[in-house]
Design a protein around this ligand. Structure first.
Ligand SMILES: N[C@@H](CCC(=O)N[C@@H](CS)C(=O)NCC(=O)O)C(=O)O
Length: 239
């Protein structure tokens, strides 16, 4: 049995997309990162960086349980275990891994900063807004150029595409217009229309809707408690 420690964010959706593509049964264990669930000692044991997603599989290597944190590692684990969405042959495999690493090292961290400075930061710092909006445009151009060469990022539809796609869903928050990137837009629409993508994004959709309504009501993305957990004192406590 798979337990997925999850909250509905781009990093979380990478894994629900993959689990849905594989047609696996899994239990969602909500990790409410706004309420501080990520700091619970039992969660830190499987995810020492206090971030979701994390996953446990009772049927890990050698038939023994395994726990994994970092979405890229989880995707590689699932792809290798099930022999899908990453070729076994070395050239194809490294091609997928390089684009997956591009997501993990660049797409996620940089677009996350764009969200932070464009939307979450209490002070509007023009330098930071420009820096991360420009960086987002640069990244979108890299993806667009790559997708001029092929249908997907690395050969057939793979875990690299599943890692990048959820980060481009909030493109307006990153100051990006998909119509300016024709190859990327074609790829984006193809992935969006996959039934597994839709099922992956339906996980905890009720919570997303509730959080959206609450944020709209208070006209701020975070309340005091979630700000403190994600960006304030609680986040930086020594543990
Ligand atoms: N590199 C990690 C990043 C995961 C990550 O940033 N998770 C965020 C939500 S998207 C989180 O759990 N934040 C809670 C916190 O920072 O305390 C991965 O890809 O798994």
């Amino acid at each position: 049995m798979i337990d997925l420690y999850f909250w509905p964010t781009p990093n979380g959706y990478k894994i629900t997309m993959m689990l849905e593509e594989l047609g696996l049964e899994y239990k969602v264990v909500p990790v409410n990162i706004g309420k501080g669930d990520q700091f619970r000692p039992e969660f830190l044991k499987i995810s020492p960086n206090n971030k979701m997603p994390a996953m446990t599989d009772s049927d890990g290597p050698g038939g023994k349980p395994i726990s994994i944190f970092e979405s890229g590692a989880i995707l590689i684990y699932l792809a290798e275990k099930h022999g899908r969405f990453m070729p076994a042959e070395p050239r194809g495999r490294y091609n997928v891994i390089e684009w997956l690493m591009f997501q993990m090292g660049t797409v996620g961290p940089m677009l996350g900063q764009a969200h932070h400075f464009r939307r979450y930061a209490p002070e509007k710092l023009q330098y930071a807004i420009d820096r991360y909006t420009n960086e987002a445009s640069r990244i979108y151009n890299v993806i667009d150029r790559r997708l001029a060469e092929g249908e997907y990022l690395a050969g057939d539809y793979s875990i690299a595409d599943m890692a990048v796609y959820p980060w481009l869903v909030p493109h307006t928050m990153q100051g990006q217009n998909l119509d300016e990137y024709s190859n990327l837009k074609r790829w984006y629409d193809a992935i969006r229309s996959r039934p597994a993508t839709q099922r992956g994004f339906a996980v905890m959709a009720d919570v997303v809707e509730r959080m959206r309504a609450q944020a709209q009501e208070r006209q701020q993305p975070h309340d005091q408690e979630s700000w403190n957990n994600l960006f304030g004192k609680k986040q930086f406590e020594k543990r």
